[in-house]
Ligand binder design. Structure first.
Ligand code: MTE
Length: 323
């Protein structure tokens, strides 16, 4: 509490999305890298469309590497400069490994992410199982630069690669009874040392969305970040990104997606429904019971705090919540 008061007393309010020049990845560095990869032939033919390929043909991580970086989708990528890669891939919440954000990347070495069958089932007409690499080959990838806001009061701007969740869900043809989508992370205690250290947690990590939220254009299946396949600490090989909700809804290393009738139990909501409500839309006016959500620290800026925006700036989703 004391820490919190001290911290909040030092808040500097800047204009929305102010980032000092010195604190973010220079755009030139970022685009030069993309240009370099293209020149090397690694960026060829990377449209976001479905590729003409048998969905069941086994794609390998090496083959899929050629798809990165995906073509940036300007519609979903305002002119933000991403947070530095050092922060984006080195400061991670992944409790299956550690609660220490700087430690996670040191602990993922033994985590095996190939092969990675993902099951899509529940209340749908065409349930299926497909390896994460085949999903990448089937749907192709595009890049979207999204704001990311953790419930703990920090934010980043991250260039994700992947495809919209809706395309994947539509393939399974959900029935009318399906009202929610439930997501489940792999639970492999032998490879995930954090699980045994938190025996009171209701593992595996689960999350959920209302079906309209899951089908929204902004809801993204990420298979990559910073123009490369996802590193393990960021939730390889596939994770969710829901940019208008607090980061814990963006579940990592997904193995199961289910259409369900009732609101699914989720890990954080089971631990504390008051602190982690199911809906969890970013809202500066609604404090967390233990801290304000009015501002956030932009990681990689040397501690600059900016005002938090309703729906994390994604006002286009407001229609989902008109009751
Ligand atoms: N998914 C799983 N399986 N386990 C986790 O601990 N942490 C969540 C979310 N997804 C988490 C998870 C939280 S609290 C945040 S803020 C984001 O992942 C962090 O994603 P990042 O490490 O890529 O920044």
């Amino acid at each position: 509490m004391l820490w919190h008061i001290i911290c909040m007393a030092n808040v500097i309010i800047r204009p929305d999305w102010f980032l000092p020049e010195s604190a973010v990845t220079p755009e030139a560095t970022y685009s030069n890298r993309r240009q370099f990869l293209k020149t090397m032939g690694l960026g060829a033919g990377l449209s976001g469309g479905v590729l003409a390929r048998d969905a069941m043909a086994a794609a390998t991580p090496a083959e899929n590497l050629k798809r990165y970086p995906g073509k940036r989708n300007a519609k979903y990528s305002p002119n933000f400069r991403p947070t530095t890669e050092v922060w984006g891939t080195g400061y991670n919440n992944f409790y299956e490994f550690s609660t220490d954000k700087f430690q996670v990347r040191q602990l993922v070495g033994g985590f095996r992410t190939t092969p990675w069958p993902v099951t899509i089932g529940g209340l749908c007409k065409k349930p299926f199982k497909m390896d994460a690499q085949d999903l990448v080959a089937k749907f192709g990838i595009e890049e979207r630069v999204y704001r990311f806001r953790c419930v703990e009061g920090w934010g980043m701007i991250l260039p994700w690669s992947g495809f919209s969740l809706r395309r994947l869900l539509e393939l399974a043809e959900p029935t009318k009874e399906a009202r929610y989508v439930k997501f489940t992370t792999a639970m492999i205690p032998a490879q995930m040392p954090g699980i045994a250290r938190l025996p009171q947690y209701p593992w595996p990590y689960t999350e959920g969305l209302r079906i309209a939220e899951a089908m929204h254009d902004l809801t993204f299946v990420a298979t990559g970040i910073f123009g490369k396949p996802l590193p393990k600490q960021n939730g390889a090989p596939i994770r969710l990104v829901v940019p208008w909700k607090y980061g814990y809804k963006s579940i990592k290393s997904i193995v199961k997606i289910e259409f369900v009738r009732n609101q699914p139990k989720t890990l954080w909501n089971t631990l504390s429904a008051v602190e982690y409500p199911f809906e969890s839309n970013v809202d500066p006016a609604k404090p967390h019971p233990r801290w304000s959500q009015a501002t956030e620290e932009m990681k990689g800026t040397g501690g600059v705090r900016v005002r938090t925006l309703k729906y994390n700036g994604y006002g286009a989703v407001a229609g989902l919540y008109r009751r």
